[in-house]
Design a protein. Structure first.
Length: 694
């Protein structure tokens, strides 16, 4: 028996004693007994998986076990559990409630470690629980009271400090090098069935099962069309971006539960392209807070409020020293893995959409970053992104993202199948139509020095965007002609705005970004930077501003406009109008249904020195702005680690007009349709209506 097994055996023996003890202040007895019972259940879950019984159990039994994993945090139960910081504060007091609720969050993170057979990761969390429990027992035995709040905070903080490098190495190895062997094995089974979904450890609902049934029922031709579109787009991204795919060895494949059949076909096609596919799992731990965890396999979200309440748990522990240690741990992890991470080609992401966007309640009991911690968090994200870019050789990394609907997008199964089929047609449109129209757009816009964007019918947008100007329009372009490669579906033309002189007001009635819906979002720009902002999500304007600060500005004081683009996918607009699903579209599709503007880094962040050419052979010159050029002299100020698109839908758009330096005006969109000569084909999906008019 090795040391890990000895520690594990000893820890679990001690855990099993706790439910029968009364060794702490009575106020905390229930908390620790429930916590111990949870860890005992997780040990039993591990034994169940190892025994092989899971392969012969009935679906009903597997469903019950899956529900038992998540029952505590489901709406209705969550509000009466210690996982809810509000409940924890009511029961345990303001001093210990947030800390012990955060500890509960970390204990719940053992689920994927148990299902992935990662004993060491389960062990260190069990030992943390025992250390906190022991502190309460000793204090009660010696003084009949509780330990100091600072002692408990210090124990958890030291855990985050001590295991930073070990945890970062584990997570980055899985994300960029190895992936999850359990997920890979499940996905590659030709006989994969509903039972396999329950054996992932992710939460399973009827949504995932219905999706899996629909995907299983697709014809071989339909499945091949989708998989070919995705993989060919991924490979085309390297060619169009001037990147060397021959230096790469593996790519990650990311999708929502229910899309396993598509995932399998994508893995097979990557293999033919001499790329090994890896499938990363989701690990919701304190160590991963503050970093994007979108690039991993996910099941259903059991309760958005749960993750919302804990998203800033690090506020309980974060200071300069811990922030530095987290970055050191990440840097050392990449140093250890560098020979392999540099061979990472990038992610293929199958996004999903359907459920209406939700805004978790902002509870006063939930941990919240201080002003200083917001600065540390923003700096961490930015520096972590730079470390990752170096580790994977970002100049030669690419990606592809595509989106498909979940059943909740529709009123019933028949409509779901209809919408799914419609989205497949949108995602697989002929690039040739877009290439011709977008070449015309790019040519015209590349002769202009600024773009005027105005709203209509109550939309208050009035924005002037300054444009970079090619020195030789015959061989250079200021707009990238983006077809169906890294972002599926086609299409858009986009540029990096000149910040100086870019000014005005962007107003969107319902802006969808980062999983949220911002009502009547207003952003005011001055010299390309956000100078003021508001939304109508709350009666309290201050709460609306704080929502924007957290979810759009990511705790930066301000952000620049990193992208200006014109979406051209009128088929997507027409479909969203027909089914009334504008509020369900993911940014990936929504950004193709109107002009959009990104807050944060440019589209070419980290790749500014790559040579990029449009399909007509013209070189794209608009890859830098006055912030990103600082990478050569002050790299710590060149990037922000974020890029969020805000789309102004065609239906709210009055006009887009390009203006040349001599004052010549070039109408691009007016009277609810594309009016630039050579772009008329883009209006055809609008049918007899022939415009974006409501």
């Amino acid at each position: 028996m090795d040391l890990t097994e000895l520690r594990y055996t000893a820890a679990m023996e001690r855990i099993r004693q706790i439910p029968g003890e009364d060794g702490t202040d009575p106020r905390f007895s229930e908390y620790f007994k429930e916590g111990a019972e949870w860890l005992i259940r997780m040990q039993e879950e591990a034994e169940f998986l190892d025994s092989g019984e899971a392969q012969t159990s009935s679906l009903e039994k597997l469903r019950e076990r899956n529900l038992a994993l998540y029952r505590e945090i489901l709406p209705g139960s969550y509000e009466k559990s210690y996982s809810d910081p509000a409940y924890a504060v009511r029961k345990l007091g303001a001093e210990f409630g947030p800390l012990l609720s955060a500890l509960r969050y970390e204990m719940r993170s053992v689920i994927p470690f148990v299902y992935g057979r990662h004993r060491e990761r389960f062990l260190i969390r069990t030992e943390l629980f025992l250390e906190v429990y022991t502190a309460f027992c000793v204090a009660y035995r010696e003084s009949g009271d509780c330990p100091g709040e600072g002692q408990i905070r210090s124990i958890i903080r030291q855990y985050l400090f001590d295991y930073a490098e070990e945890e970062m190495t584990f997570c980055e190895r899985e994300r960029l090098v190895e992936g999850s062997t359990r997920l890979h094995g499940m996905v590659m089974k030709d006989s994969a069935a509903v039972r396999d979904l329950y054996l992932t450890g992710e939460f399973v609902t009827g949504e995932e099962i219905l999706t899996a049934e629909l995907i299983a029922g697709l014809s071989e031709e339909r499945t091949a069309l989708i998989a070919d579109t995705v993989v060919e787009g991924f490979l085309r991204g390297f060619t169009n971006g001037g990147k060397n795919i021959l230096a790469k060895k593996r790519a990650s494949v990311v999708f929502h539960m229910g899309f396993e059949r598509l995932g399998r076909e994508i893995v097979k096609r990557l293999s033919k392209a001499r790329l090994t596919a890896i499938l990363p799992a989701f690990y919701p731990t304190l160590f991963c807070l503050g970093r994007d965890q979108e690039e991993c396999y996910r099941g259903a979200d059991p309760n958005p409020q749960y993750f919302g309440d804990h998203r800033e748990d690090l506020a309980l522990f974060l200071d300069d020293a811990l922030s530095k240690r987290r970055l050191e741990g990440l840097a050392n992890a990449y140093r250890t893995l560098k020979k392999e991470t540099v061979r990472y080609a990038g992610p293929i992401v199958l996004e999903t959409f359907g459920p209406p966007p939700l805004i978790p309640e902002k509870k006063r009991e939930a941990p919240c970053y201080s002003k200083a911690q917001k600065r540390l968090s923003a700096e961490y994200v930015s520096r972590a992104e730079r470390l990752c870019d170096d580790a994977v050789d970002a100049r030669n990394r690419s990606f592809t993202v595509i989106a498909h609907p979940m059943p909740s997008v529709a009123k019933g199964r028949a409509e779901y199948e209809e919408i799914f089929d419609c989205v497949v047609r949108i995602n697989t449109q002929d690039n040739a139509v877009f290439e011709r129209a977008q070449t015309r757009l790019s040519d015209a816009l590349s002769t202009a020095c600024m773009l005027e964007v105005k709203g209509r019918e109550g939309n208050g947008t009035s924005l002037t965007v300054m444009l970079p100007e090619p020195s030789d329009p015959d061989s250079e372009a200021s707009f990238t002609n983006c077809l169906s490669d890294v972002n599926i579906p086609a299409g858009e033309v986009f540029t990096t705005p000149v910040l100086e002189g870019t000014a005005g007001r962007l107003h969107v009635r319902r802006a969808h970004a980062n999983g949220l819906c911002f009502k009547d979002l207003v952003l005011t720009f001055e010299d390309g930077w956000v100078r003021d902002y508001s939304c109508a999500n709350y009666e309290d304007a201050g709460k609306g501003r704080r929502l924007i600060e957290e979810k759009l500005l990511f705790h930066h004081r301000t952000l620049p406009m990193g992208e200006c683009a014109i979406g051209t996918n009128t088929m997507a607009y027409a479909a969203a109008s027909k089914y009334g699903i504008f509020d369900r579209l993911p940014p990936l599709i929504a950004e193709k249904t109107g002009p959009h503007f990104a807050l944060g880094d440019t589209c070419y962040a980290g790749e500014e020195d790559n040579h990029v050419y449009n399909p007509d052979g013209k070189e794209v010159i608009a890859k830098d702005n006055s912030v990103s050029v600082l990478r050569k002299t002050r790299p710590e100020r060149a990037y922000f680690g974020c890029h969020t698109d805000i789309t102004l839908p065609y239906g709210e758009l009055g006009e887009i007009t390009a203006v040349r330096r001599d004052g010549t005006r070039i109408p691009v969109i007016a009277d609810g349709k594309f009016v630039l000569e050579g772009t008329e084909a883009l209006n055809e999906p609008l049918g007899r209506r022939g415009s974006f008019q409501k």
